[in-house]
Ligand binder design. Structure first.
Ligand code: 5CA
Length: 439
């Protein structure tokens, strides 16, 4: 992408109502624009990051055996009347009437819709397990939308729903999601702690939240330090095998969010030097709730004994749009965002320090084309601007590598390579510089 043709409206200063650093940086980097309270337009740079996160979530869901669908944003109120949640959900639900006076709502979650889909097709235990997910916009009329996309009213969620014949099988589905979530966050460069959680309006009796540590987080977490330091299981585990030991390894150590915290248990289960409490951001939440929806909505299947029973269900949410902000909270410095390579909006930027100088233009163009060919999705800074302004905006938007092409270097046969995360710079001939970036 040539920056002169791109749309990246960076701002020198963040609007004063942006209170946390991720919100300030997303506005300054021209990633989002507020259209109404808690409702944002995604500008090109923000959209690129959002799509990359979405794709990582998708790949890890698929790996763990879930199957993608796309459900509508608008749902029939009648489905929610069947589950009994229509009245319970309260003011957070955006209720709409169509021209036929039919009650609709903008989905805050999709247990009812997926249960309706499931019950129309699946009748036998032989067709189980099933796990269906979608990545779709949700709307919750939050009382206090704040911190930008961190707590929006409209937000992008990955929501998966598992269906099983009995509790033991449902537990296996839960375990798959539990471990897949850890792999998702690891690929995003985040360290997520699974904590026992309250089930809230989704309901059920087994639930974990996934929290990443950040000072601005809205949740308080209490955890055994060994859990915080434990890595993700990695993609190569046997997804059809017994995952219980891997899950137990991570659930037997104490970890709870504020609503579920029990100080006496914490002290009994974790020695003092292993006790950690910190603020964090909830980036995912998984639930096992058995028959809560399948029973009232009559999503029944016949078991091996020929007897009909409601399917055992769980649901699994990832806050995809919230993750954009969460990654920034976890990875920035005074100059701006430091994207992990996996979600960076561009792989590298070629900075032309003297646009219009034939020799400099030629080397910049050559570098740009080489990075394009290498699949690095480069950004060419071909704006006629001061070097200082160029560096400031590229540091702000957090492109992981800068390849700096200026008249002096070109005369000496070198370009400068700068790593955004460390600020480290090296002068190298173009070929060697390209190698560094492409490694
Ligand atoms: N049906 C279940 C799971 S599919 C569900 O709705 N769970 S949830 O309410 O916990 O939401 C899932 C995730 O969406 C949360 O962990 C959080 O990361 C994200 N999320 C929830 N509310 C918001 C919001 N207002 N703005 C941004 N992200 C949100």
């Amino acid at each position: 992408m040539r920056l002169s043709r791109y749309f990246m409206p960076t701002l020198r200063e963040a609007p004063s109502d942006a209170q946390i650093v991720s919100h300030q940086l997303m506005l300054r980097a021209g990633m989002i624009r507020q259209e109404a309270a808690g409702i944002y337009a995604w500008l090109p740079l923000g959209l690129k990051v959002l799509r990359k996160i979405e794709q990582i979530v998708r790949e890890e869901m698929n790996r763990a055996g879930a199957v993608e669908v796309l459900m509508p944003t608008l749902q029939l109120a009648d489905l929610w009347r069947e589950s009994g949640r229509y009245d319970d959900y309260g003011e957070e639900m955006l209720r709409i009437k169509d021209r036929h006076e039919r009650d609709l709502l903008y989905g805050p979650t999709a247990e009812e819709v997926i249960t309706d889909i499931f019950r129309s097709y699946v009748k036998s235990y032989r067709d189980l397990p099933k796990n269906l997910y979608n990545i779709q916009w949700k709307f919750r009329d939050e009382r206090r939308p704040r911190f930008g996309v961190m707590r929006g009213r409209e937000f992008l969620m990955k929501d998966a729903y598992s269906f099983d014949v009995d509790e033991a099988a449902a537990r296996r589905s839960y375990n798959r999601m539990f471990l897949a979530y850890l792999n998702v966050y690891a690929r995003l460069g985040l360290q997520a702690i699974p904590v026992r959680a309250d089930t809230g309006p989704i309901g059920g009796d087994l639930s974990h939240e996934f929290i990443i540590l950040a000072e601005t987080g809205e949740s308080e977490v209490f955890a055994h330090r060994d859990l915080v330091e434990m890595g993700a299981p990695g993609p190569d585990i046997d997804w059809d095998g017994d995952l219980q030991p891997l899950v137990e390894q991570r659930t037997r150590l104490y970890a709870a969010s504020d609503e579920m915290h029990d100080q006496a248990r914490f002290e009994a289960e974790a020695p003092e030097d292993k006790r950690m409490s910190a603020r964090g951001i909830e980036v995912g939440h998984i639930f096992y709730f058995g028959e809560k929806y399948s029973r009232p909505m009559k999503a029944v299947i016949t078991g091996p004994d020929g007897v009909e029973r409601p399917a055992q269900m769980g649901s699994y949410g990832v806050g995809v749009s919230r993750l954009v902000a969460a990654i920034i909270e976890a990875s920035h410095d005074g100059a701006g965002i430091i994207w992990p390579d996996s979600v960076a909006p561009f792989g590298a930027a070629v900075v032309n320090l003297r646009v219009g100088d034939g020799a400099v233009d030629a080397v910049a163009e050559q570098a740009y084309r080489a990075l394009l060919a290498a699949g690095k999705d480069p950004l060419l800074d071909d704006r006629d601007d001061r070097p200082g302004a160029k560096f400031a905006s590229l540091d702000l938007v957090g492109v992981p590598w800068q390849l700096i092409v200026g008249p002096k270097g070109v005369a000496d046969g070198v370009v400068e390579v700068k790593r955004r995360a460390t600020g480290e710079r090296q002068s190298l001939p173009l070929d060697a510089a390209l190698k560094v970036v492409c490694e």
